[in-house]
Design a protein around this ligand. Structure first.
Ligand code: UDX
Length: 443
């Protein structure tokens, strides 16, 4: 028990970004949590209090709950099945070659768990899946679980943002209960008693709608970003200023200011793959209008990366071959060491492929970046990355890059050229220090 809230015995299957964060926050609520992963090394490290990725606030909370005995780890499905009244499915649903979601991990998890489910329990999916998956999984679990119809099934999508994962999990913007029975709602209300009491809205709906809430939220956010990035291209073409445009748009409460910062577009482990997966799902459903729209959202997003390379090339006089390029930031966004589908790392790769020598700095993501692009040079500071550069590219908007002194950076570069691909640097400050500044979305 934590305070006056109920304590539930639960398992969390999959200890990646989603699963580990969920497991830790569930233990923080006072539940008894057993997290399972098939990666024995990851399990051993997590059981020792070590988070396998960077996420602000996660590791201390992991250690605290491991030490308190509320959070344990295993690789055994038999142990997990015997432990939990509620089993959360948090495995990855990566992108398959055709853009659809690869559901092999979630089917493998369910197939491994179900034969051990001997008594009544609730299996709850959290991974992002195409609509219809929950219902198919529910049938499959009940067919192979000894408990049969005693296994309830629910869908409870996750909306956490990397870099803010702990706060988003402790107090979610909304808690969606996709269910087929009243009993499932009651159990999930116990699981989420604390955030519900603290003000997170709890929304009860059917399985299909719950699945759609997640994919449509991501599709909507991606569409917003691609819209503003396409407007940035218009601004460039006509000599307008996209930052001023966004400021004025944001004053309209119906539009608002969030998720409207133009630049390199969206990357990361979720938005790009979820947009593609939803696109293939709408194609399969014959809803070609939405499929075409999502195809264009994706295309606009990818064009942002090409435009960044164009700006870099123009700023050094037309060819990147033989140039030295200093890069600030390769994480897909600040606050994260994740480089999955990072627009920044993609730009670095494209520039290196054109024959430039690329020196990179990032506060936390260099190790992950180096495993994907070992050909780039990784440096211990922004100053080192910029040393000898013909152009500096600002690719991930870490706070520390905004406070760089352009005078000091100017003393180490070969040429004072900077391209701000995130539209956040103080242009006037850089210009007055003698830099030629190019910004995506501004001529
Ligand atoms: C996203 C969703 O926000 C979250 O609800 C879902 O659960 C998972 O996917 P996340 O991938 O952590 O979360 O990143 P988010 O903060 O949404 O940013 C996604 C991408 O869009 C990043 O590459 C970011 O740099 C970019 N972005 C975001 C912009 O370019 N401009 C913005 O204004 C906002």
């Amino acid at each position: 028990m934590s305070g006056s809230y109920p304590s539930v015995q639960m398992t969390v299957i999959g200890a990646g970004y989603l699963g580990l964060t969920h497991a830790v926050c569930m233990a923080e609520f006072g539940h008894d949590v057993l997290a399972l992963d098939v990666d024995a090394d990851k399990v051993a490290r997590a059981a020792g209090g070590e988070a396998p990725f960077f996420e602000p606030g996660l590791e201390p909370m992991l250690r605290k709950n491991v030490d308190a005995g509320r959070l344990k780890f295993t690789t055994s499905y038999a142990e997990a099945a015997g432990f939990g009244d509620v089993h959360f499915l948090c495995v990855g649903t990566p992108q398959a070659l055709d853009g659809s979601a690869d559901l092999s991990q979630i089917y493998a998890a369910v197939d491994a768990l179900a034969p051990h489910l001997k008594g009544p329990c609730l299996v709850v999916g959290k991974s992002t899946v195409p609509v219809g998956t929950a219902s198919a999984l529910a049938t499959r679990v009940r067919q192979s679980a000894p408990a049969g119809a005693g296994v309830e099934f629910a869908w409870n999508p996750e909306f956490l943002r990397e870099g803010l994962a702990v706060q988003d999990s402790l107090l979610p913007s909304r808690i969606v209960f996709g269910v087929t029975s009243r009993r499932s709602v009651e159990l999930l209300q116990d699981v989420y008693a604390q955030p519900l009491a603290e003000g997170s809205p709890g929304l009860v709906m059917d399985l299909e709608t719950a699945e759609l809430v997640k994919v449509s939220a991501n599709a909507f956010l991606a569409t917003r970003l691609s819209f503003i990035n396409a407007m940035a291209e218009v601004c460039e073409a006509v000599g307008a200023n996209v930052t001023d445009l966004v400021e004025a748009l944001s004053c309209d409460k119906r539009i608002g200011a969030h998720f409207l910062t133009p630049g390199l577009g969206f990357g990361g482990g979720c938005l790009p793959k979820d947009v593609r997966s939803f696109r293939t799902a709408t194609e399969d459903l014959g809803i070609t209008s939405l499929a075409s729209m999502l195809r264009e959202v994706d295309a606009i997003n990818m064009r942002c990366r090409a435009r960044a390379v164009d700006l870099a090339r123009e700023s050094v006089g037309g060819s990147l071959a033989g140039c030295r390029v200093g890069v600030l930031g390769v994480a897909f966004k600040p606050g994260s060491d994740d480089v999955r589908d990072s627009a920044s790392l993609d730009v670095c790769g494209r520039i290196a492929d054109e024959g430039a020598a690329v020196s990179v700095h990032d506060p936390v993501a260099m190790e992950n970046a180096a495993s994907l692009r070992p050909d780039l040079r990784y440096t211990e500071s922004a100053l080192a990355a910029a040393t000898g550069a013909d152009v500096v590219l600002h690719l991930t908007e870490w706070e520390e890059y905004r406070s760089i002194d352009p005078e000091i950076l100017g003393t180490v570069v070969a040429r004072r050229n900077i391209v701000d691909c995130r539209c956040v640097l103080d242009e006037e400050r850089w210009r007055s220090a003698g830099w030629s500044v190019r910004v995506l979305g501004k001529r």
